[in-house]
Design a protein around this ligand. Sequence first.
Ligand code: WQD
Length: 345
Amino acid sequence: MAKILVTGGCGYIGSHTIVDLLANGFEVISIDNHARSSNYAIAAIEKITGTRIKNYEVDLKSFDDTLAVFQENPDIAGIIHFAAYKAVGESVEEPLFYYENNIGSLVNVLKCVQEFDIPHFVFSSSCTVYGNPDASPVTENSEVKKAESPYGATKQMGEEILRNIAAAGGANVILLRYFNPVGAHPSALIGELPIGRPQNLVPAITQTAIGKLPKMMVYGNDYPTRDGSCIRDYIHVCDIASAHTLALQYLLAEKNTDACEVFNLGTGNGISVLEAITTFEAVSGTTLNYEIGPRRAGDIVAIYANNEKAINKLGWKINYTIEDMMRTAWAWEKEVQLKESIVKN
Ligand code: WQD
């Protein structure tokens, strides 16, 4: 069975993707230095799949340490590269920290890909590369506008670096542009673990609902949308995960028509912030304590995907509804609280 290296394998999307890869017969190793993740994921993945994978606690900013992992695993058939920092606000305050980490790590991995002639590379990109689109749904050919943050710039640069490498005859590349990944594995054994106060909507909702946060702010209800709040394309993390497995299978079967191909990963449904909150309240049976506040700098009004290319070319299927996203996010939040209470006592 093909061995896949997942960088950032202990993170939110990385851990869910490893579960899906293992369920589809791949052998998996991970590189994750736990700068933004925790080792709980390895044990949780084992509980879900029955397989304990090896995680190399290596900082990808060190070329020598990264190379050593490849030297120990010369049979890597493909790579999925998740490892990156992704806090938009932090990237504005610390641009160099983001360029050094996100681009420096990617370049080190790609130097090893070249050294070991690894044929297949899947890159974790983001709808953030579209900036503030003129209209939605956006297709893969929609204009890539000037990045709204250094984080977004690192995703755009990452894509450009990979396009150049694929064109020069390096690895075959797939760029996966996630819309808004949310929710958690149905087992509630893995999920999102925001560091500090959650910036993203769904963890802010669940932490408010469970009482970790006294209330949450809705950042603006005066946008030109159906209810005044921003519209996004929320997509379950398990649907994002399955797309990565399909992307690798697509490359391994040599079905790719270009050396570098791009796919949008979204449901194609735009949901507003207030609709997301209403859905959460309905599935959780709770009433959320929120206030309408001022707009958040950098927020775009609306974006949602045209996902036909991933469905038609990768055979991607979306299995989770917005209700499932909220239900699994809530189950995960309750599981985390239970664990924290056990640790505290
Ligand atoms: C969604 C909506 C907020 C929190 C970012 C990155 C993107 C990807 C996902 C990495 C917005 C509103 C949020 C809150 C709120 N990250 N909101 N109150 O900004 O669309 O995307 O995260 O890949 O690249 O850009 O996601 O969840 O932060 O915000 O009202 O407490 O929820 O204003 O309208 P975003 P988000």
